[in-house]
Structures are given as structure tokens and as C-alpha cells.
Design a protein around this ligand. Sequence first.
Ligand SMILES: Nc1ncnc2c1ncn2[C@@H]1O[C@H](COP(=O)(O)OP(=O)(O)OP(=O)(O)O)[C@@H](O)[C@H]1O
Length: 258
Amino acid sequence: MPSQIVLHGLGLRKSFGSTVALAGVELMVHQGEAVAIMGPSGSGKSTLLHCLAGIMKPDAGEVHLLGERIDNLGERRRSALRRTRFGFVFQFGQLLPELPVDENVALPLMLGDVPRAQAVRQARSWFGPLGLAGMEGRRPGELSGGQAQRVAIARALVTRPAVVFADEPTGALDQATGHDTMRLLVEATRHNDASLVVVTHDPHVARWCDRVVEVRDGHILPTSGVRYAETPTPHTQVLGQVPSVSHVPVHGAEGSGR
Ligand SMILES: Nc1ncnc2c1ncn2[C@@H]1O[C@H](COP(=O)(O)OP(=O)(O)OP(=O)(O)O)[C@@H](O)[C@H]1O
């Protein structure tokens, strides 16, 4: 069971004009834990993710990463933190269309001053385990939606982040592909001891996670957040054709330190 608290948001409040998006939220995420954030449209899920990830400053409350307060850092330091300690997977991958996909994965390393050849080598080590062998030189437009999301997963993990944030990572995929993508996302983050915070509407996606929290009108429901079901969660089962991630590079292979 994970024990160390990696990410802790407390008393988080955020309004947009008269719209209260977050009305005082507390959420703790433990090391290696996968947490799904669910709730109706407009309930505050993305705002919560953005506040936890340092994309947005809350109006009140605090966010701590491994015990250090991060919400009050200036934009430059929050940007550096997002690049080095966090990984992101969005609904539409958000890969750079003009770059081959190995360079897309290598980009966060290069932005952190890892030499290009080393960054690309490190990036390529993710392709086989994620079922992308042979696709390193393709452009994002030459991939299927599921393949593009696997590239996005590699890009999110290549810097050895403490936490991966995913906002509707399967929202643009059919159900079977979404299922496989979610399985890879959960397995690969866990394999690298990273925590995962995933916003989703889809209960099938949420079932892959260790814990589900329900957001309503800017609050986390007090009844949500039940941990660790007795029954095996789907990530422990053998499912379908997607290659195992047991050989995903642990901590992204050589190079940059946490
Ligand atoms: N930049 C913004 N400007 C104005 N209002 C915003 C902004 N971002 C979010 N909101 C409002 O804050 C509330 C919460 O939005 P948020 O995007 O967090 O909800 P959500 O649960 O992620 O919704 P969805 O599932 O539809 O993506 C909504 O009423 C939304 O309209």
C-alpha cells in the first residue's frame, strides 16, 4: 500500500467571477497511487486538477508536493516544476505535429538541458514496451488515436515525474482503445512509482484506479474516496492484446535525476 503523501491540496477555493468552481477541497495523493476524479460537467474537476498541478493558482488554500508548498511559487518556478516533477496526458495528446514522435517524447528532457542524442535515446526506450516499436520516426498525424495517446504517456513519464495528471485521457478514443490506453497509463505510472491523478467521466476508466473521488458543485463528496477494493482491480488482470509494460524503463532509464 502506498503511504507517503506525494501531493496534498487543502482548503482549495477558486472562483471565476460569480461562478464558484472549487468551494474548499482537500485531496491527498499517495506515492504510486492512482486517483480518479469524477463528477458531472462543470462540477470543478478540471479546475481541481489545474490547481493541484500548478497550472492555475487557487484563490485560497494550499498545494504541497512532497511536503513543500508549491501553490505560492511564481509562474517561472511553477512552470519549471510542471516540466520536471509532473507529467501530463490530455484528451487530444497535444503532440507537436511537425516533430517525429520520438522527438515529441524527448522534448521535456531537451527542455531540461539533456543533450538531444541522449534525450532521443531515452525517449526511444519507451517505444517497445508501450507497443510503439518501429513508429519512432512517424509524425503524430501518422498514428491512430490510441497510438498517439501512448506516445503522450511516454512523454509524460520520460522525465521521471512524481505525479502524472491526465484530463479525460481516453475521451477521444473508442471504448476498447480507451480501456487499453488506461491500462497502460496506470501500469506505466505505477511501474515508475509515480502517482496518477486522472479526471474522467467514464466509470470504466475510473475502475482502473485505486480510488475514486466524486466532485459536486466544487466540493468532494464525503462518501467518496473509498480505497483499495478487496476484489482485484482491472490492472491486475491480463487483458487483451496490448503489450505488457513490465519492461517499461523504470524511472525512464539513464539520465536526469528526480
Ligand atoms: N477560465 C474560466 N473562466 C470562467 N469560468 C470557468 C473557467 N474555467 C472553469 N470555469 C467554470 O468553473 C466551473 C467548473 O469548471 P471545470 O472545468 O472545473 O468543470 P469540470 O467538472 O472539469 O467540467 P467538464 O467535465 O465539463 O470538463 C464551471 O462552471 C465552468 O464554467
